[in-house]
Design a protein around this ligand. Structure first.
Ligand SMILES: Nc1nc2c(ncn2[C@@H]2O[C@H](COP(=O)(O)OP(=O)(O)OP(=O)(O)O)[C@@H](O)[C@H]2O)c(=O)[nH]1
Ligand SMILES: [Mg+2]
Length: 376
């Protein structure tokens, strides 16, 4: 198969020559594939493009693609389109030019592709992976929080390193997701690409990488990317939750809440202890929620087999109980910090987080609406 290694560059004149040599050497380890290098340079003022142009004479498998500076996401799209349309790539590799990604790790990516995976992520945040030791505590924390935010924002926990730019991708995966990828930059491009890939049903795997320190040249990734990433996460959340399904889920939940309250009040008036009345009301609400979610909210995935219902109902109870625990913990933490009188605020917050939890669990565990994507 044909592998095209895409190296985006902006002012990497000190790195690019060395990297090309190193990649040429590394690619001998997978010589059963044909490998080409594609440098996507945005007319770097430091002469990166001119140097690469010269090097194309020495390395016949090297191509330079120059263009206007429109940011990293656009550079990747330009490079990937070229790799597929003009170079006939079957496999695309993403790698940074500044040696933060070790070229010697590349054969391990190709091994996974050979083993049948469609998308290989070089991950800093799984066992065996690392970030530079000498990064400040703040930088380490920011990087970890960034990834955690993405995982929570997208409600997808199988992948640990969303922003990593060291990846190997089968062309069909890129082609299937291509229309969804315009307009993103920097880390947001990496996140959006992976997000679409996970929906495409591709086989995804993470392998550990040691993320190095930039030795020469300057970093180009700045605060603007953080803002773009947050906007992407928020937009996705709104888009994905504002589906009719989520509205149905809310309607069903409201009916459950009314049943719970009415039963509690009626039974208490009949002289039954409030705790028991609340328990009975709660369980009746759960039965109502299960029934209506099954026949309405998740009707495409309706559980019909009589044999399956008891098991699923128990799972539903357990999943719903998670939101009770979330509510309890939220109120506990909130009132410990801000005092008991604030409990209503944390009750509402707890209910809100609990709702998200329930919706997520019903989708993932009870009705399993998402296509299973294999992540190893
Ligand atoms: N073509 C192109 N390449 C870019 C652009 N911005 C960054 N790059 C390249 O993308 C890769 C990653 O950028 P870096 O600045 O190293 O980002 P980073 O690794 O998150 O930041 P550091 O850890 O500080 O290096 C490098 O090879 C850059 O040269 C751009 O606008 N256009
Ligand atoms: Mg870098």
């Amino acid at each position: 198969m044909k592998i095209v290694i895409i190296i985006p560059t902006y002012n990497e004149v000190e790195n690019i020559g060395r990297l090309i040599e190193a990649l040429e050497t590394a690619s001998r380890r997978f010589s059963h594939h044909e490998t080409q290098l594609l440098v996507v340079d945005d007319n770097s003022p430091d002469g990166t493009g001119k140097l690469v142009e010269k090097l194309t004479k020495k390395f016949p498998s090297l191509t330079l693609l120059s263009g206007e500076k429109q940011g990293l996401g656009q550079a990747y799209l330009r490079g990937m389109d070229f790799a597929v349309d003009k170079l006939g790539a079957d496999i695309i590799v993403e790698i940074d030019a500044d040696f933060q990604h070790d070229p010697l790790a590349l054969p391990a990516f190709i091994e996974r592709i050979d083993a049948g995976y469609d998308f290989v992520i070089g991950s800093r945040y799984i066992k065996g992976g690392s970030i530079p030791n000498n990064w400040s505590a703040l930088r380490k924390l920011l990087s970890k929080i960034g990834n955690l935010l993405v995982r929570i924002g997208l409600l997808t926990f199988g992948v640990h390193d969303w922003t990593s730019g060291y990846r190997a991708v089968k062309t069909w995966v890129y082609q299937r997701t291509r229309t969804q990828l315009t307009g993103f930059n920097g880390y947001t491009f990496q996140v959006a690409f992976l997000h679409q890939v996970l929906r495409s049903g591709a086989k995804v795997v993470e392998i550990p990488i040691q993320f190095g320190e930039r030795k020469y040249g300057k970093s180009k990734i700045g605060g603007e990317y953080v803002k773009n990433l947050l906007i992407y996460l928020i937009k996705t959340r709104i888009h994905e939750t504002a589906t009719p399904r989520f509205l149905k889920f809310l309607v069903v939940g409201t009916i459950g809440f009314v049943i719970n309250t009415v039963v509690l009040e009626v039974l208490v008036r009949l002289g039954i202890r409030p705790s028991i009345s609340g328990g009975i009301g709660g369980e009746l609400a759960i039965i109502s929620n299960f029934t209506f979610n099954n026949i309405w909210t998740f009707k495409e995935k309706k559980i019909t087999s009589i044999r399956q219902i008891p098991g699923k109902f128990i799972i539903f109870n357990l999943a719903s109980f998670g939101s009770v625990i979330i509510q309890t913990i939220t109120i506990e933490i909130g009132t410990r910090i801000f005092g008991v009188p604030t409990y209503r605020i944390f009750y509402v917050l707890g209910v809100g987080i609990g709702l998200i939890w329930n919706y997520f669990m019903y989708n993932r565990v009870v009705w399993q609406t998402h296509k299973k994507t294999k992540i190893s």
